[in-house]
Design a protein around this ligand. Structure first.
Ligand SMILES: [Fe+2]
Ligand SMILES: [Fe+2]
Length: 133
């Protein structure tokens, strides 16, 4: 099967932009906005990750293009599971957070946000390396 990676990736562009905006806002977020921001991010990521992994989608196109990159695709898929679980956990904790627990929570939010940045950056690098030579 031939994959049109440019249109597959372009189809994800709005979500990638949305995620970058949410991550940037999350960095400067105070406790008032933390719960709604994490709720939005959880919703967006749920849809985004399943779109990337669906049949005929982004990850399948990468795996088909380069067998040697299938391990990396597996790592990206594992990231999805870990990131979903981390963000769900952060949301649950944010809903219960007290003033005392908040600095630690915000620190962890920043760490998980950095993992998501890194994940998206690796995806982008793979597209550049495989399809835009
Ligand atoms: Fe992803
Ligand atoms: Fe992505």
């Amino acid at each position: 099967m031939e994959y049109d990676i440019n249109s597959i990736y372009a189809d994800l562009a709005n979500q990638h932009q949305h995620i970058r905006t949410l991550l940037r806002d999350l960095k400067e977020c105070d406790h008032v906005h933390l719960v709604p921001m994490l709720e939005e991010l959880n919703t967006v990521l749920g849809d985004h990750f399943s779109r990337e992994m669906r049949a005929g989608g982004f990850y399948e196109a990468i795996g088909a293009k380069a067998v040697e990159h299938r391990n990396e695709v597996q790592l990206l898929e594992r990231d999805h599971i870990l990131l979903r679980s981390s963000f769900r956990g952060l949301l649950a904790r944010a809903k219960l957070a007290s003033d005392a627990s908040e600095p630690e929570l915000l620190k962890e939010v920043a760490e998980v946000a950095e993992c998501l940045y890194d994940h998206e950056r690796r995806e982008n690098q793979m597209v550049e390396a495989l399809f835009r030579k």
